[in-house]
Design a protein around this ligand. Structure first.
Ligand code: FAD
Ligand code: NAP
Length: 330
């Protein structure tokens, strides 16, 4: 039998955006329900040191997210271990179906499903996934003690992954498709100073090479972006760190999107193209994509939802009163 749970405010996602929306929603007495998804705590749970969360010079990503969860719970949010598999935004209350079989109905919705790692789509990548190919150094770095690894990308994530991997690997090769990095300058300085790291500029990966018995990566074929010349770099681990794509699959046919899949919101608000549905964090932000900006948008989404619900309540009251005295609502 399907279990149905109704809430004034449903929050989908448990990253900084979702937990902050939960704190504000609970303090507005909306008794929010938050569905955590497959990655409770979101992207920061796969990193180590976070050095730009105001108030903490350094904090471990998983610790920060555990604190946010505890805060949201303490304020009165119901936190549910479930994943939403489908959403119906065509009428209110909105309906969300959970993987557990639970059907959630909500008067307002905050979408905070964040982003997921992008893959290269080259031969060998899928074949060796979990057998040398990874998108998470924090999760898998330990397996490469004394071994050689390659990291692909030039942003903060790639540089952070490369630095973290030097704790285990004997050599880390960072391969970037241009001749300069996108990562913050302070991160670049740390990278260039590290004797275990070599950077290969202006190359793209063509194929992950390896063996089947036992399954494992043995190297990567690279191509120079201008000359087209190919070379093979030996490695035991291949880490893809080329960014993240917004997790908007659930709403791609129901909400207006922008910039290749990010949920569109009205400028200066978190209002999406469907009244009563609000979006916060990496799901809508293709520019900043930071923990603190996601948390800020989570706060805005809860406040926007509170205002929306207050407006909807007073409209319903006016309608009920008009019906009682036999007059059409204004
Ligand atoms: P996310 O953190 O992406 O969380 C999304 C949530 O949605 C997850 O809980 C997931 O389980 C849930 N979800 C998804 N789909 C569903 C579904 N169908 N049903 C239910 N739930 C669902 N930023 C910084 O400011 N400082 C840093 O040092 C930093 N380091 C980073 C290191 C790494 C390796 C990475 C990948 C990112 C880093 N970032 C950092 C960026 C930061 O993590 C993100 O900007 C931030 O986590 C986005 O928060 P969010 O709440 O929007 O979503
Ligand atoms: P990103 O900034 O989008 O960088 C992605 C990198 O991968 C870019 O260098 C890009 O190259 C490269 N790339 C993309 N597609 C590629 C492909 N098909 N083949 C080869 N290379 C490819 O992503 P990110 O590093 O994951 O960072 C995402 C957001 O999280 C950013 O806003 C970042 O600031 C934030 N973040 C912050 C921290 C921190 O504050 N410490 C840590 C991690 C992440 P080009 O440069 O040529 O485009």
């Amino acid at each position: 039998m399907t279990d149905t749970k109704h809430t004034r405010l449903l929050i989908i996602g448990s990253g900084p955006a979702g937990y902050t929306a939960a704190v504000y929603g609970a303090r507005a007495m909306l008794a929010p329900v938050l569905v955590q998804g497959l990655q409770p705590g979101g992207q920061l749970t796969i990193t180590t040191d976070v050095e730009n969360w105001p108030g903490d010079t350094t904090v471990m990503g998983p610790d920060l997210m555990a604190r946010m969860e505890a805060h949201a719970r303490e304020m009165g949010t119901e936190i549910v271990t479930d994943t939403i598999t489908s959403l119906d935004l065509s009428r209110r209350p909105f309906t969300a179906l959970g993987d557990s079989g639970t059907r959630y109905t909500a008067d307002a919705l905050v979408l905070a499903t964040g982003a997921q790692a992008k893959w290269l789509g080259i031969p060998g990548e899928e074949r060796f996934m979990g057998f040398g190919v990874s998108a998470c150094a924090t999760c898998d770095g330990f397996f490469y003690r004394g071994k050689e690894v390659v990291v692909i990308g030039g942003g903060n994530t790639a540089v952070e992954e490369a630095l973290f991997l030097t704790n285990f690997a004997s050599k880390v090769t960072l391969v970037h498709r241009r001749d300069s990095l996108r990562a913050e300058k302070i991160m670049q300085e740390r990278l260039f100073r590290n004797p275990k790291i070599e950077v290969i500029w202006d190359h793209v990966p063509m194929e992950v090479l390896g063996d089947d018995q036992p399954p494992g990566v043995s190297g990567v074929k690279l191509r120079h972006v201008e000359s087209g010349e190919e070379r093979v770099v030996r490695c035991d681990g291949f880490f893809v760190a080329i960014g993240h794509a917004p997790a908007s699959e659930l709403v791609k046919d129901q909400l207006k999107l922008h910039n290749g899949g990010y949920v569109w919101v009205e400028s200066g608000t978190t209002s999406t193209s469907v009244p009563g549905v609000f979006a916060a964090g990496d799901i809508t932000d293709h520019v900043y994509r930071q923990a603190v900006t996601s948390a800020g948008m989570g706060c805005m989404a809860a406040l926007d939802a509170e205002r929306f619900l207050a407006g909807a309540d007073s409209a319903a009251e006016t309608e009920a009163r008009s019906e009682a005295v036999g007059e059409p609502a204004a």
